[in-house]
Ligand binder design. Structure first.
Ligand code: HEM
Ligand code: HEM
Length: 204
């Protein structure tokens, strides 16, 4: 059965963020297009600011309190990834950590970009570091952001290969995940494990 997970604003946020980050990153290579780089970078910062507010006051699955991030969740996710996959309505434990890191690092990348601009031109903030240090910092956050996006895409690929029934990738287009199917698959794994255990017990 299909379960509605990602509302329209979350999907818009997601695709605007993906476009904004990709554009800001690519445009940073072209000096003449620096104003566009800054515009896309600032757009990313604004999107993430609102997404963080949404994480406290938004609907279910989007709230941080709904992210299964704790150590026990991580452990059971890793242990059961192949043998006993659990269906997660929102983000799975590993994805929750990557998503939160994207929110924080993305905000820092955008803010450090604004600081860099402020070191070169007078604005309402006075950066406490040298222009060179801010430039280094901005580059570090931007590249960390890129690494996190890489991890995100690798995670999605793993989901598509090993938990294809959930339809995780499709969910960011349609809003729906196939949860009962995934739940039944989990039950089936548990059942076959139990019954093989019982069979083993009977034999011994
Ligand atoms: C630069 C590229 C991308 C960035 C920065 C990005 C960022 C994010 C973020 C921040 C979230 C969390 C959404 C939230 O909780 O509000 C997310 C989730 C998600 N993204 Fe992306 N994304 C990118 C590319 C993609 C692509 C190319 C796809 C699909 C082909 C995709 C599919 C998804 C899906 C399915 C989820 C939900 C994952 C889950 O169920 O745990 N993303 N992404
Ligand atoms: C998440 C958003 C952003 C990303 C991913 C990003 C990424 C980058 C990257 C990769 C560079 C090249 C670093 C280097 O090679 O030295 C760069 C440079 C720069 N960025 Fe950003 N940036 C973002 C946001 C911003 C914002 C919001 C501003 C300003 C309002 C900004 C201003 C600058 C400036 C002034 C440079 C130096 C360009 C130069 O002198 O060559 N960035 N950015």
């Amino acid at each position: 059965m299909k379960t509605f997970i990602w509302s329209v604003p979350v999907r818009f946020f997601h695709w605007f963020l993906a476009i904004g980050f990709t554009a800001a990153y690519i445009l940073s290579d072209f000096e003449k297009l620096l104003p566009w780089h800054m515009a896309f970078g600032a757009f990313v910062g604004c999107l993430l600011f609102f997404r963080i507010l949404f994480g406290f006051f938004g609907p279910k699955y989007v709230r941080f309190s709904d992210f299964p991030m704790g150590f026990t969740n991580q452990l059971s996710f890793v242990k059961g990834f192949f043998s006993n996959p659990k269906a997660y309505a929102g983000h799975n434990p590993a994805a929750s950590v990557v998503m939160l890191a994207i929110f924080i690092v993305g905000i820092l990348a955008s803010f450090s970009g604004f600081m860099l601009y402020s070191a070169e031109h007078p604005t309402f903030i006075n950066p406490p570091m040298s222009e060179h240090d801010i430039e280094e910092l901005h580059e570090i956050f931007a590249n960390l952001f890129l690494v996190l996006v890489g991890l995100h895409l690798a995670g999605l690929l793993a989901e598509a290969i090993f938990h294809s029934k959930e339809g995780t990738i499709k969910s960011m287009f349609s809003g729906y995940k196939n949860l009962v199917c995934a739940f039944l698959l989990g039950l089936w794994f548990r059942f076959t494990k139990c019954s093989s255990g019982t069979r083993r017990n009977k034999q011994s």
